[in-house]
Design a protein around this ligand. Structure first.
Ligand SMILES: NC(=O)C1=CN([C@@H]2O[C@H](COP(=O)(O)OP(=O)(O)OC[C@H]3O[C@@H](n4cnc5c(N)ncnc54)[C@H](OP(=O)(O)O)[C@@H]3O)[C@@H](O)[C@H]2O)C=CC1
Ligand SMILES: O=C(O)[C@@H]1CCC=N1
Length: 266
């Protein structure tokens, strides 16, 4: 059986562990590495998965998933020390290119770069995968299978990963921000917070399901809500006056630029 080790079991690392367990991987085939003993104990109690040092994890693993913050990559690569020949390294880190790993790990190490997102915790992640110089079709297929257990997976050329990071990696945060603002609007209009929250969250679930399942373009779906001389068009005019479309485009461009910067900083 393939042994998978997750270095850095924070928000994304723990979501992946939980998803792999949900998809039927045995706890004995998984291990993780965390900096603080209390966090390790908490994770082992919650998931029944073993904690190990980065060096132990690297020695045992067939697949080594790196899920530390990009700023911690130097430390973790130093800590893992020697890697078994052929160990597949999977990086979930924003901005970090496969060439960074290839330059620091034994020659020929296969590396796959992945950008997932937090809906992984409910099995609804969107992940994009790109192979490094030594990643074969089998490596990409294995990573696609692993990530497929926690959501959808697409393949992209590595030079698109910074854009992917800005769109779907950070994307859930933009939707949460929008929902938060819409709930605030409900409060302004005098609704109790709980009622405003239920109205908006269910509307978001319904709209997302229509987007995914109807096959319709978002413009068509929006037009179906927008009655002539009705309420929706009054709101849409305000969104355009306040430059919400341009703000979103600029925000996503800034996120892409930050991803590029994180890659250059290491
Ligand atoms: N959150 C998100 O939405 C997404 C995140 N990512 C990427 O995933 C990676 C992790 O992000 P996220 O889960 O949010 O971050 P977290 O900070 O929640 O998780 C990282 C974990 O790694 C631990 N860690 C740091 N250094 C080491 C080390 N040397 N050995 C063992 N454990 C270590 C951290 O401990 P400590 O807290 O002590 O530092 C922390 O628990 C990032 O690179 C990010 O770019 C990708 C897609 C989406
Ligand atoms: O904000 C970040 O840097 C990480 C990467 C994508 C989502 N969260």
């Amino acid at each position: 059986m393939t042994t998978i080790a997750v270095l850095g079991a924070g928000k994304i690392g723990e979501a992946l562990l939980a998803g792999l367990l949900r998809s039927g991987r045995a706890p004995a085939d998984l291990l993780f590495s965390e900096r603080h003993p209390e966090r390790s104990a908490e994770l082992t109690a919650r998931h029944g998965v073993r904690a190990a040092s980065p060096a132990e994890a690297a020695r045992e693993a067939d697949v080594l998933v790196v899920a530390v913050k990009p700023q911690d990559i130097d430390t973790v690569l130093t800590e893992i020390g020697d890697l078994r020949v052929g160990t597949l390294v999977v990086s979930l880190c924003a901005g970090l290119p496969t060439s960074l790993y290839e330059s620091r790990l034994p020659a020929g190490t296969p590396v796959v770069r992945v950008m997932p997102n937090t809906p992984m915790v409910v099995g609804e992640a969107m992940s994009a995968v790109s192979g490094g110089t030594h990643a074969t079709e089998e490596h990409l297929a294995l990573v696609t299978e692993l990530l497929g257990a926690v959501g959808r997976v697409v393949r992209v050329p590595e030079n698109q990963q910074d854009a992917v990071t800005a769109l779907s990696g950070s994307g859930p945060a933009y939707f949460f921000f929008l929902v938060e603002a819409m709930i605030d609007a409900g409060i302004l209009l005098g609704l109790p917070r709980a009622v405003a929250s239920e109205l908006i969250v269910q509307s978001a679930v319904g709209a997302a399901t229509m987007l995914r399942d109807s096959g319709e373009h978002p413009v068509t779906l929006r037009e179906a809500v927008t009655s002539p001389a009705g309420t929706t068009i009054s709101a849409i005019r305000e969104l355009e006056v306040h430059g919400v479309r341009a703000a979103l485009i600029a925000a996503i461009e800034a996120a892409r630029d930050r991803s590029v910067e994180l890659g250059r900083a290491t």
